[in-house]
Every structure is written in C-alpha cells, then in structure tokens.
Design a protein around this ligand. Structure first.
Ligand code: AGP
Length: 608
C-alpha cells in the first residue's frame, strides 16, 4: 500500500522524509521518491525498487530545503518504474504531488488536459492528473487550486502537495484514504500512517473526508468542504511503533481480515458504472467472447479455491464450460487448450512458479490468457495477454484473506462483464449482482464488528485433532477455503466435504463431539444441507452452523450458530467466508501459533 510523509519546518527535510518512508516500508511498496523545495526549484528524486535504490540516488544528489513530501508506491495504474514513481509534477515543474488511492476518472481528465489544455504527461499513473490539474487551476492561491482540482476528481485520495509558487506552505487533503497531521514545535508533518512521524511527535490530527489542510511551520489549518476552519481535537498517540505498523492489530492476518471492506471498495472502484461493469483493462469484444468455447481457471492454494467459485458463475451466466485446475497439475495432463480457450490465471503475488509455468503452457497452446493478480508488474501480469488487478493492497500474512475475497469479487465482475458484452445476461440479474457487490463493504463490516465472538468459538475447538467442514455448492467451495485456512495457521487437521458425500464414506469418522463446521447459506441447497447436518447431529457431533441472519431453523440442529447478513445468494460466499477466516485466526491465537508466519510455509512460492 502506498505511503505518504511530508514535512515543513526548519530542519533539513531530505533525511526526515527518508526516515519517515522507512517506517512505512512494512506496508509493502515497489518504488519511492521525494520532492523538496530548494532555492529556485522543486527537486524530485525518485526510483523504482526499494528505499536502498532511492538512498543510492540521493548519494548522487540530495536536495536541501525545509519543505518536502515523500512517497512509497504500491503500483496500481502503471507498472513500477522510475517515471511512474511519485512525486509527480505538471509541465512546469513548479508543483509536486504525492497521492494514495485511485483516481477513477483519470483517463477522462487526462484526455481533457492533453486535448484541450495542451498538457504533456510523463507517466502512466492516475496521480499525474492531479499535478496537472493543480497547475492548470493555479491562479495565485494554492489552496484554491487544490480545491478546484479535487472537485474534478472521482475516487479516493490522500494527497500531499508543494509548490515553488508558495514555498512556505504544504497542502494535504483526503477522501477515503488515511491521512494524519503531526504537530510539532515550529514544524509540522503529514503522513498516511502514524509510524512515519512517531519519532518526531505523538500529537496528531486525524483528517476527515473532504477536508483540505494548510500547513506552515507554525500552524495547521483544517478546512472543511465549505472552506470553513474546523476545530479538531488533538489525538495523543500512546502506542509503540511496532503496534502502530500493524495498525494496533496483534497480527497482520487480523489486520488484513479487517481491511476487507476497504479492499472490496478498491477492487470495485470505478468498475461499476450505470448498471454495467466497465473494465478498461480488458475491453473484450463480443466476437472475442463468442469465440471462446471453453474457460480454464488455473491457480494454487487459496487462489485455486477462489476459482472454484468462478466456475459455476461463468457456466451459469455465460453458458461456457469451465475447468478449474491446480496449477501444478495443469501442465502434466496435456489439457485441451487451444485458440478457442480463455485461460484465467489467479495469483495474489503474481509470482507463483506453478501458476506462471501453467500460464506459459496455455499461451504456447494458443489460448487467450488473463491474469487476476494483486501485484502490479508481477511476472504473471507481464506474461498474460490481459491483467485484472485486485487493488487489495499488500497482503503480508502468509494466510491469504483479503486477496481471496477480492479474487471472488474480480470473478463476479469478470463474469457479469463478459455476459453483458456477449449480451446474455438478463438486465435484472446483472443489476442484482452488481448491487449486492456494492453492498459487500458495509455488510462485511457488520461481521467484523462482532469479531470477538469468534474467540469463544475458537476456544471450543482448540483441542480438536481433526475438523470437518461441510456445505453444498458455493458453501462447499468456501468450506474448502475455511479448512485450508484452519490447517495452515492452527495446525489442526481439517478437511472439507461436499455435504452430500458424507454418507458415502466420511460419516464413519463422525463420533461424539467431532467438530463439524456446516455452511448453509445457499437457498437452493439449504434443505439438503440441513438433512446432512441432521446426519452428523444424530451422531452427537459438535456442530457449528454458518447461516443467513434470521435463520431460526438451523438453531434446532447445531450447537452454535454464526450468522452473516442477508445478501443476494450468488455473492454471499464473499461474506460467508469471513467467519471461517476469523475462526481460523482465533483458533491459531488460542493455540499460541505464530499466525503470520506458519511453520514450513512462505508467502510467495517461487519453486515448482
Ligand atoms: C493461502 O493462505 C496460502 N498461503 C497459499 O495457498 C496461496 O494462496 C498460494 O500459495 C497461491 O499464492 P498466490 O495467490 O500468490 O499465487
């Protein structure tokens, strides 16, 4: 996730920016840069890669001054490169901007700036439009120019802006992206995250959406949307740096589970417009989609589990048969891939060796290849013909959570998009799914607001030697993900079974108190799953049911019920998996496991 730091005061700014950026490294990034107001210019030094690269560049030339902004970039629009790194400037080099978030209408704005106003752009980023807009609107008042700019942009942002025109001020603003102001004596700071400034001050203002902040070295003025000064209470930070890096969470995994509402918004950002899915990065034609006689979805681990949900989706709404393959198996079975195939490769990291090898194989056989990945510029995104980025922000914990749920959202969007272009999705159904997708952030938050509930449930299963997850259809697919999550971080053996399969063998393993997690959120299979729950209840199993809120019936047959908010049933797996993530997390915690770095596992598996 991108990081911002900014300073105005009397100290030398470059080392301050650098040390602030170092404190943001844990967020993950792929390039970094700073901009400093020097005597007669705004000097920008930036580069792709780690901060070490930036430090090397600064050895050649290190700008001196007392006002500056710095940035670590996690690429979204445009691959990681020197030119795409922040800060960005307009044509005149008088302005510099750092930005976190996504400007959804940047293409439109860029076109206007280039065609109508004669601006030249250097980078592929969405951020650069902000620098050009500020330059375009500047008429002797930087705050006003920033206001005019922000009126035009749609999307999310936290920005830091400096200008040679007004060298004694620093401007910041936010909407849907975190931003804090650090208060010092004769100096002030901006940062996307508290650790960046914690060495200098513990007194901060939290900036609210729609506010613009004017900083000088002596004062900080927060302005609301109507340009009125706002009185804000000072928040005194009493955490240490380590806790702050994890945003106060004990583990990155919990932080990432709780980041899901935000991650959902980002994955959806700009991709639903007037009841239609808009995916500029794909722009498939109707003819192209019509020529695909088969779809392959290929991935590993959690990403593979997400593909299991993509299959019934595409089969139902596009009427194209889908095969889902484990990447390490795909190449060795000579799959029937040809130029009438769309092959989709899903990978959080974009570097998984098996998935990459499978992608190369599918390409060699003539398939059109599409990557769904979280990491911009990753190997898989570079090899595939098309890429759909998740924009979920960096995932640090080995156990994948927000990447899984955003992979599901990506596949809903992809499916509705292709069905709409092909003209085979009833308008009403498309609207229903898209509306439900937009409800996800708020409904996920409801589950997360009650996360402590899962600690108690975790205590009731923590001594189990083996656990069973059951469900049908989509519920079975998320049961598979739930079992993997529990195994990998709590080391309790867990297996998922299609509920209907139980009586064909596995039921023999169910005895008194065997823990069974039964997922029953899908209306079409509910009655049948309930019968399967009764089968295990009759054998005195200890059953935890996951159901839709309002389901009273399930209470009669389970020992504990977990409820998820009601939502359109196709989309409900995104919500129903969250309790399973939380259950795995708290079980690992009560068992004293190292949640973020489970034994024997690595975040990115780059060997076959
Ligand atoms: C998930 O919790 C795992 N740690 C693992 O299964 C992971 O999903 C798999 O290795 C694939 O990784 P990728 O998405 O980066 O390709």
């Amino acid at each position: 996730m991108c990081g911002i730091v900014g300073y105005i005061g009397s100290r030398e700014v470059t080392p301050l920016l650098l040390s602030g950026l170092k404190k943001l490294e844990y967020r993950g990034y792929d390039s970094a840069g700073i901009a400093v107001i020097e005597n007669k210019r705004v000097s920008i030094v930036k580069t792709a890669g780690k901060l070490l690269n930036l430090e090397r560049k600064l050895e050649e030339y290190s700008p001196t001054g007392h006002v500056g902004i710095g940035h670590t970039r996690w690429a979204t629009h445009g691959r990681p490169s020197n030119v795409n790194s922040h800060p960005h400037n307009g044509c005149s080099n008088d302005f510099a901007v750092v930005h976190n978030g996504i400007i959804e209408n940047y293409l439109e704005l860029k076109e206007w700036l280039v065609d109508k106003k004669g601006h030249d752009f250097a980078s592929e980023t969405d951020t650069e439009v902000i620098a050009h807009l500020v330059e375009e609107f500047y008429d002797g008042d930087l705050v006003q120019a920033v206001r005019e700019t922000l009126k035009m942009v749609q999307g999310s942002y936290a920005v830091g802006i400096i200008s040679l025109k007004e060298p004694d001020i620093l401007i910041a603003a936010r909407k849907d992206s975190p931003l804090v102001i650090g208060l010092g004596k004769g100096e002030n700071f901006i940062a996307s995250d508290i650790p960046a400034i914690l060495n200098h001050t513990r007194d901060v203002y939290m900036v609210e959406d729609g506010e613009v902040v004017l900083l000088t070295k002596e004062k900080v003025v927060i302005l609301d949307q109507d340009n009125k000064e706002v009185n804000r209470d000072v928040y005194h930070v009493d955490w240490d740096i380590e806790a702050a890096e994890k945003g106060g969470y004990e583990y990155f995994m919990l932080k990432e589970i709780c980041e899901q509402p935000e991650a959902f918004k980002k994955t959806l950002s700009g991709r639903i417009q007037q009841g239609k899915v808009k995916l500029d990065e794909l722009n498939f034609t109707r003819e192209q989609i019509k020529q695909w006689e088969k779809v392959f979805i290929v991935a590993c681990g959690t990403a593979y589990h997400s593909g299991l949900i993509g299959k019934p989706l595409i089969e139902e709404y596009l009427g194209i048969p889908v095969e889902v393959d484990i990447a390490s198996e795909f190449r060795y079975r000579n799959p029937l891939v040809n130029n009438k195939t769309l092959a989709v490769f899903i990978s959080q990291s974009g570097e998984t060796a098996d998935t990459l090898a499978a992608l190369r194989e599918a390409k060699r056989k003539g398939a059109t290849t599409l990557a769904i990945t979280n990491v911009v510029g990753s190997s898989i995104s570079r090899v595939a013909d098309y890429t759909f980025y998740l924009w979920a922000g960096p995932e640090i914990a080995v156990a994948s959570t927000k990447a899984y749920t955003t992979m599901l959202i990506a596949q809903y969007l992809l499916c509705v998009y292709m069905a709409q272009v092909k003209g085979v999705m009833p308008e009403e159904k498309g609207r229903e799914i898209l509306t439900a997708l937009q409800e996800l952030p708020e409904k996920a938050k409801k589950i997360l607001d009650q996360k402590e509930l899962y600690l108690d449930i975790a205590k009731s299963i923590k001594e189990a030697r083996s656990l069973f997850f059951i469900g049908r259809g989509y519920d079975y697919n998320i049961a598979q993900e739930g079992a993997l999550k529990l195994k990998e971080i709590s080391y309790i053996h867990a297996e998922a079974y299609a509920a209907g399969e139980l009586k064909h063998g596995t039921l023999a393993l169910i005895t008194e108190k065997s823990p069974v997690i039964a997922v029953a959120t899908q209306k079409s299979t509910y009655e049948k799953t309930l019968s399967n729950i009764k089968e295990v209840t009759a054998r005195d199993a200890f059953v935890i049911g996951v159901a839709e809120e309002g389901d009273q019936e399930i209470l009669k047959w389970v020992n504990k019920a977990i409820y998820i908010p009601k939502i359109e049933n196709t989309v409900s797996p995104v919500l129903a998996v969250i309790p399973l993530q939380l259950l795995a997390y708290y079980t690992a915690v009560v068992r004293g496991c190292n949640v973020d770095q489970p034994r024997n596992l690595a975040k990115s598996v780059t060997v076959e």
